[in-house]
Design a protein. Structure first.
Length: 153
């Protein structure tokens, strides 16, 4: 299987950051520790630049930061569940859940757009949002594999 068109899911619970940048850095560090990144610094910079250009708050107390980056080796979605809501935008919208999408820059099949589209559709449904917030980590990964990955492959 071509790992550049494959997506993996991870969950990081009980994130205690109080600022958007701290939360994103926690999720990026998790990706780096699990060898998804070629360069933690490059990916973090790409995500923060994208976030500064247009914040990724999508409603429902959810942030969806993402980047197609040279700093990424393998595609992944990391779900961060925060201990407390944090301010995500200048307008004051708060999030308690973050989906960080990481896709290699050399991916040619618009995988990041496909992931964004599928997650956005799923997150419109309260039942799915409740699963994201309440399922244990293994059950959530199984749900994401079924509802997201199956449609991408």
């Amino acid at each position: 299987m071509d790992k550049t068109s494959f997506v993996d899911f991870q969950v990081v619970s009980n994130i205690s950051g109080t600022k958007k940048e701290e939360v994103i850095e926690t999720l990026v560090n998790n990706l780096d520790e699990n060898n998804y990144l070629a360069s933690k610094e490059v990916f973090l910079q790409d995500v923060l630049e994208r976030e500064n250009t247009l914040p990724t708050y999508i409603g429902y107390e959810i942030g969806l930061p993402h980047s197609q980056s040279e700093g990424v080796n393998y595609s992944s979605v990391t779900i961060g569940r925060l201990e407390e809501e944090i301010k995500w935008t200048e307008e004051g919208e708060e999030v308690n859940t973050v989906f960080l999408i990481a896709v290699p820059n050399n991916n040619e099949d618009n995988l990041h757009l496909k992931i964004l589209s599928k997650l956005s559709r799923l997150l419109m449904h309260e039942e799915f949002r409740n699963e994201v917030r309440n399922l244990d980590e293994n059950a959530l990964i199984a749900t994401l594999n079924e509802k997201v990955k199956g449609e991408l492959e």
